[in-house]
Design a protein around this ligand. Sequence first.
Ligand SMILES: Nc1nc2c(c(=O)[nH]1)N[C@H]1C(S)=C(S)[C@@H](COP(=O)(O)O)O[C@H]1N2
Ligand SMILES: [Mo]
Length: 559
Amino acid sequence: MQSNENVPAWAGALAGIVTGGVALGVAQLVAGLVSPAAFPVLAVGDAVVDLSPAPLKDFAIRTFGENDKVVLVGGVFALLALAAAVIGVLARRRIWYGLAGLAGFALLGVLAVLTRPDAQVADVLPTVVGVGVGALALVWLMGRARVGAVAPSSRAEPALHAEQAESVSPASPASSGSAEPVEAAGPVERVEPERPAVMRAGREPYVFDRRRLITGLAGGVVVAGATTVLGRTLAGQQAVDAARVGVALPAPAQPLPALPPGVDFKLNGLSSFVTKNADFYRVDTALIVPQVDPRTWTLRVHGLVDRPIEITYDDLLKRPLTEADITLACVSNEVGGPYVGNARWLGVRMADVLREAGVRSDADMLLSTSSDGFTCGTPLDVVMDGRDALFAIAMNGEALPVDHGFPVRQVVPGLYGYVSATKWVVDLKVTRFDTDEAYWTPRGWAARGPIKVQSRIDLPGSKVTAGRTTIAGVAWAQHTGLSAVEVRVDRGEWLKAKLAQVPGPDTWRQWALDWDATPGDHTIEVRATDAAGRTQPEERTSVAPDGATGWHTITVHAT
Ligand SMILES: Nc1nc2c(c(=O)[nH]1)N[C@H]1C(S)=C(S)[C@@H](COP(=O)(O)O)O[C@H]1N2
Ligand SMILES: [Mo]
């Protein structure tokens, strides 16, 4: 192994610190995959707490209060950075010194991880893989710090300053023989080395290549950062998934009766009355699904209220819970589109919470905000009119799926999702439409979004065998309810479809009609009428600004 003492100490220290960063980043990533608690820094911190004498612990708690953990972990990181710098400085002499130092840390990490309660063998992986990759990084960085031997013609020279050299031939006398790097002036087009070198008698001469080292360090920083972020994201997901699984859903104050028989015709290809959580459409602006831990979640209710309040997840679960069957629909759903689904929700009535806060009479809008900053503007009168507008915690009997807003989301029957159904909701400001604007309003969508009566044909598909066939689908007019669904084939007479049962006005409703298909091509159209007597208009409009209109129409080929 060659010496490379000509690499200056500061460069070694930086290489050591970046090596440590890569090792910790990779450890974080592997911990995110294996077990977040097996991240060695945490394990070492825990071990320090366990091993430190009681008076020291008391001192730490007295001095740093609630921040004692932050100070501890920060201290561990500071010590690690120092040690990593020393490792890097030593690695300049002999790479083995540096590798031995890393091995020492691996040992410490493995010991700390394995002495944790309920430790598993796989828990050593973050430490071992992290230090392993760190070792590779150290060797690589040290390799980049020095380029190979300078040309033989320059060998005799004790030092070479590249900025003075026109070529590899020596052009300047020694400058005290120190390893101080000298920046090359201007763009250089010379044969290597273009960096100052120091040579020692009897040793291979090296050139300290500052630029290559620095680009290497930058690469290391990127790897360390990316693996850390990814590892923490994975760990956060695991923590939230675990917390979600751990939620014990309380029973509703008044359990909803089981669904009436006859809500579902159970036809193959017809949307089932209850949409399974896994099949439920998802619409949101989140690139990365927000991971909200229920243990730290709170809902702040403020604005035009007499008593601002802040509710924790536990508080919410202790309140009387309402169960409700509600069909959610997206304003961006084209006629016949898939962005609609029905579930049984469990949650706290928004009106109860708002009454507790005391809503002022000049308010007319609720501006809700999600943990990722999305906002929704909901008409206050709609939420207060007695319908089942909920801060929902559960969907179809399980804690809200993370994609659908865990731990808490809003659900308001009768309003499109973009003005009502805030997922991962953390803040509710009681306000006015003329003071505040929600996310979609300046983007071309209506400030208020009542759901329009709609119907969709699910059956049959585009090809059928001639003869008796079922035409069937779903229709919805949330909170008003449906009175009729009509179907016509080939622009003939409108025929009344059979309607399935519904538990109330807030869900979609299945409909079906038998049809004798004659061979050839046919057009099937559907239109629904709500309980207030409003029939879907034929005119097709686009989804913006306040929801599509028009009759869903399909063509069927019968043979
Ligand atoms: N935080 C947040 N909540 C949101 C949205 C969003 O983008 N972010 N989109 C809304 C829209 S447009 C709809 S249609 C519903 C969809 O809810 P789902 O994804 O559970 O079906 O969520 C609403 N809640
Ligand atoms: Mo939506």
